[in-house]
Design a protein around this ligand. Structure first.
Ligand code: TAP
Length: 517
């Protein structure tokens, strides 16, 4: 894929809707791929206020894909103004909830129609394995838009029996209203899916939005913006600014007209975001942050299944997965044979070009991240870890790091508490009979995003699920999230839920109306 500039075209949507932009056109993955490479403000694709740009890199080749506007504070302010106008005076607020749902549903259908392009873009920009991108990155994004499209006309208040002001009577009711302009800030591991998890609930609730994708993976958000025009989402309802977190993200969190921030990213930046939300204007905030999720394998588990699932729990999406099992506890009596099987399984992951249909393991997302993984293994080994397989950058073109297994991680090891966010399994063993002790160790973390347990003993599995402090607990499975089920962490993994009915709460406020008659 060489860069191809710039032809002006109109892409026609249904009902005469159209969007004009200067596309990048690539012949790649057996298709002609067209996508915008400018930010999206007030229904138009535009450059940055000062004309500066940056490049986004293909991690499979380390070559640039295209350049994009490096957004400025002025661009954020412009996007917020557009979102505010759309919220206060636009068609979006006037339209019925059912009509809003229809448009979101239409958007999901357009994403379905363009899913090969979206998955190809995710593959080029984020190194996502194409087959996985189709199913998960894009597939689950489409599902979540459909799911929340259905909620639009089901967001309801209550009537509440308050005491009457006798001799008169009172009627008390609640109305659930959108908050206003919402800022969404997302990371690079599932670019389109993180956008969709948040934005679908946010728009279903009737808000307008300014989104900042991660700087290293901005492309699917812009293709999505194009589709949103064709779906009939009015100008200003969705705005996408492409720039750095420290400037653009920070301006969003501090902006006086933004009333809510939905953030997914690291715990460290999450804390900064929360502080800025508090100091600027007491913004409502929800935070989906880091994790170091424990997975406990008891000796009585279905071991064949547990081997496959444990590998999936760590290596899925090259480990760039917030709920990746960050620590795997294996019962002593099965430890050695189980580790041997894990190593065999890890070696079977086909590593290669993410667009190749037989590839199971693509390149890491970007260079800084890959370098951190190399360092992570060095630190773990310094603290006593044994490398069972992998552990080094592969000597080939692209940012490849193989599925890696580290055993002998004791509780003091750096790797027992630090998240790697890469394909690195960290194994510790535990005494078969001491369930209390393994639970204590599993909970001995400041994170609480997810956890898992494998056992055939039903009551043990329930007791363990109850004792694990995590927002999601998997029993005899892992990685099984669903758009209808609430998702979000405990402790320093943040608060607030994505997906499921509960996610709507993050983007609504409740008004109480009391009437006397
Ligand atoms: P971060 O470095 O925290 O970046 C997340 C987003 O915040 C990026 O868009 C980033 O912009 C932006 N940002 C950076 N500084 C900011 C600031 N001062 N104010 C506002 N925004 C700012 O995380 P990451 O490296 O992209 O992602 C990895 C982390 O995300 C991991 O810890 C992982 O566990 C977590 N994660 C959690 C979940 C859930 S659901 N809990 C899901 C996925 C990932 P740039 O583009 O400039 O970096």
């Amino acid at each position: 894929g060489e860069n191809i500039d710039i032809v002006v075209r109109n892409l026609r949507g249904e009902g005469g809707l159209s969007v004009t932009y200067d596309p990048i056109v690539l012949n790649v993955n057996n298709m002609e791929l067209k996508f915008p490479h400018e930010q999206f403000i007030d229904g138009k694709f535009v450059g940055s206020s000062d004309g500066r740009t940056f490049q986004t890199i293909n991690p499979a080749t380390e070559k640039p894909i295209c350049s994009l506007p490096l957004a400025t504070v002025a661009d954020v302010d412009r996007a917020v103004r557009a979102a505010k106008k759309a919220f206060e005076r636009g068609e979006w607020r006037q339209m019925s909830a059912r009509e809003r749902g229809k448009r979101l549903y239409r958007l999901a259908e357009l994403m379905e129609e363009h899913k090969e392009e979206l998955a190809t873009l995710e593959s080029l920009d984020a190194g996502a394995v194409y087959t996985l991108a189709l199913k998960t990155h894009v597939g689950m994004s489409i599902d979540v838009w459909r799911y929340f499209a259905g909620w639009c006309d089901k967001i309801q208040g209550k009537t509440i029996p308050i005491s009457n002001a006798r001799p008169n009577k009172n009627l008390c009711l609640t109305v659930r209203e959108p908050i206003g302009v919402v800022g969404l800030i997302t990371p690079w591991n599932y670019p389109l899916m993180m956008l969709s998890w948040k934005m679908a609930a946010c728009l279903a609730a009737g808000n307008t939005v300014v989104h900042k994708p991660a700087q290293v993976t901005p492309l699917t958000a812009l293709k999505f913006a194009e589709l949103s025009v064709l779906a009939g989402i009015p100008p200003g309802v969705i705005n996408i600014v492409t720039g750095s977190g420290s400037l653009v993200g920070n301006r969003l969190t501090a902006h006086p007209d933004v009333r809510k921030i939905g953030f997914t990213g690291s715990t460290e930046i999450g804390a900064t975001v929360m502080e800025s939300c508090a100091k600027s204007n007491i913004k409502k905030v929800s935070l989906e942050l880091g994790g170091k999720s424990p997975l406990i394998i008891f000796a009585d588990a279905d071991l064949e299944k547990a081997v496959k699932q444990a590998c999936g729990a760590v290596f899925f999406n090259k480990g760039e997965n917030c709920i990746a099992a960050g620590r795997v506890f294996i019962a002593k009596s099965i430890h050695d044979s189980f580790v041997k099987k894990l190593v065999e399984e890890a070696k079977q992951y086909q590593i290669g070009d993410p667009l190749d249909r037989s590839t199971a393991h693509g390149p890491q997302n970007h260079l800084a991240h890959l370098n951190k993984l190399v360092e992570y293994v060095e630190n773990a080994v310094r603290d006593g870890a044994k490398v069972e397989v992998g552990g080094k950058r592969l000597e080939r073109e692209g940012l490849f790091f193989p599925p890696t297994i580290l055993s002998n991680i004791d509780d003091e090891n750096f790797a027992a508490s630090e998240e790697s966010f890469g394909p690195i399994m960290c194994i510790s063993s535990f005494d078969d009979d001491d369930v209390e002790d393994v639970l204590r160790r599993a909970n001995d973390t400041e994170f609480g995003l997810a956890a898992g347990v494998f056992t055939r003993d039903a009551s043990k599995s329930l007791r363990v699920a109850e004792a694990l402090h995590a927002g999601t607990v998997f029993v005899n499975t892992y990685q099984k999230t669903d758009v209808a089920a609430p998702f979000g962490g405990f402790k320093q993994s943040g608060f607030g839920k994505d997906m499921g009915e509960e996610a709507l709460n993050e983007y609504l406020v409740t008004k109480t109306i009391t009437i006397e008659y």
